[in-house]
Design a protein around this ligand. Structure first.
Ligand code: 3PG
Length: 391
């Protein structure tokens, strides 16, 4: 694909599709991570003397219906302060032309307010394309969406390229999924096998060790014949779990041995944590974390890995008494010399909680797009950028 850094942007109009989809409550942005990750591309364009137009979605509003909660206003305020310039929010760009000078930044209001955005409407996509000389796709978090601002716009632009964040995300994911150094270890946590079945299936073709957490781990434990009591589990996916275990075994790969677990009877903040051998789980127990012996084994696996992919916590890390497994895992990944890639909302929350941000090789800003890439799907935004480069 074409890369932003390869163009002379001086006095050119540049439309950057960023992913500025950050959590906002009562006008206050609670995590600015995605905005900060988008800044290198915006700053590169400003410093190159481009006329910069930024577009992004926020949340999932109904098209054609403006709501104050889904307006990009707080983000524009942050950008104005950070960039030390009066960044304007353009609300009516489809009808009224607007001016932007070299070195200046304007932001278009939430692109999901526009009719036709999610259907990748050709007329809307052409209007985006007409705004600029160069289209820059930087919203890796929405690379799995075939929308007017992520796909159609690239199709109709004379020149479309990847932004700095987009390229970094792609490089990190390719390093892990296409050309990993072995041993490769993947950690997949989360409540349901059903939502990550394709991810588990794809990883079971690649990894040397597959470490599981949460409800996913319980379903696999049950498939292996262990009593898991009332733990979160998907009985409909026991056969899928068995197939994945067999596939791993056939390749000489494996799941770590789970010898002990942390149980409780209720998922509440003050529920006592009871450590049990995996063979002693009672029919009214719920597994909320892994025990010390299980984690010792997992730590050793992580220590010997050369590539680590982390998506999802080990236990209910939000509650102190069930957070030890995830903390030990975060610590082991942070201390490892492997190339480590982490992605997903819960994973990032755990990384922040256990303060290991600076010791993970790459933390992805993407959620759904990250998982679809790992599944092996061709993401529409990647597909169109590659096609544009060939044409
Ligand atoms: C995300 O939050 O993962 C991205 O911003 C994409 O948002 P979406 O799932 O609403 O397309």
């Amino acid at each position: 694909m074409n890369y932003l850094e390869d163009f002379n942007l001086k006095d050119k109009k540049v439309l950057i599709r960023s992913d500025l989809n950050v959590p906002i409550k009562s006008g206050i942005i609670s995590s600015k991570k995605r905005i900060q990750a988008s800044l290198p591309t915006i700053l590169f364009a400003i410093n190159s003397g481009a006329k910069v137009i930024v577009t992004s979605h926020l949340g999932r509003p109904m098209e054609g219906h403006f709501t104050e909660e889904e307006s990009l206003k707080p983000i524009v305020k942050y950008l104005s302060d950070y960039l030390n310039q009066d960044v304007r929010l353009i609300t009516d760009w489809i009808e009224s032309p607007f001016q932007v000078d070299s070195g200046q930044v304007v932001v278009l209001e939430n692109c999901r307010f526009n009719n036709g955005e999610q259907e990748n409407d050709a007329e809307l996509a052409k209007k985006y394309a007409e705004l600029a000389d160069i289209f820059v796709m930087d919203a890796f978090g929405t690379a799995h969406r075939k929308h007017a601002s992520t796909y159609g716009v690239a199709e109709y632009s004379d020149c479309a390229c990847s932004g700095i964040l987009f390229s970094s995300e792609l490089k990190a994911l390719n390093k892990v999924m296409k050309d990993p150094n072995h041993p490769m270890v993947a950690i997949v946590g989360g409540s349901k096998v059903s939502t990550k079945l394709s991810v588990l299936d794809a990883l079971s073709d690649k990894v040397d060790q597959l470490i599981l957490g949460g409800g996913i781990a319980n379903t696999f434990l049950k498939a292996q014949g262990f009593e898991i009591g009332k733990s979160l589990c998907e009985d409909d996916f026991l056969t899928s779990a068995e197939k994945i275990i067999k596939k791993l075994e056939k390749r000489g790969a494996s799941l770590p041995i789970i010898s002990d677990v942390i149980c409780g009877k209720l998922l509440t903040e003050d529920e006592p944590a009871i450590i049990k051998d995996i063979s002693e789980v009672d029919s009214d127990d719920m597994i909320f974390d892994l025990g010390k012996n299980s984690m010792d084994g997992i730590t050793k696996i992580v220590q010997s890995a050369k590539t680590i992919l982390w998506n999802g916590p080990i236990g209910v890390f939000e509650f102190k008494q069930f957070s030890n497994g995830t903390e030990l895992l975060a610590d082991a990944i942070a201390k490892s010399n492997a190339f480590s890639l982490a992605g997903g909302g819960d994973t990032i929350a755990a990384i922040e909680k256990f303060k290991v941000e600076n010791n993970i090789s790459y933390i992805s800003t993407a959620g759904g797009a990250f998982l679809e890439f790992v599944e092996g799907k061709k993401l529409p935004a990647i597909e169109i950028l590659e096609k544009k480069c060939q044409s």
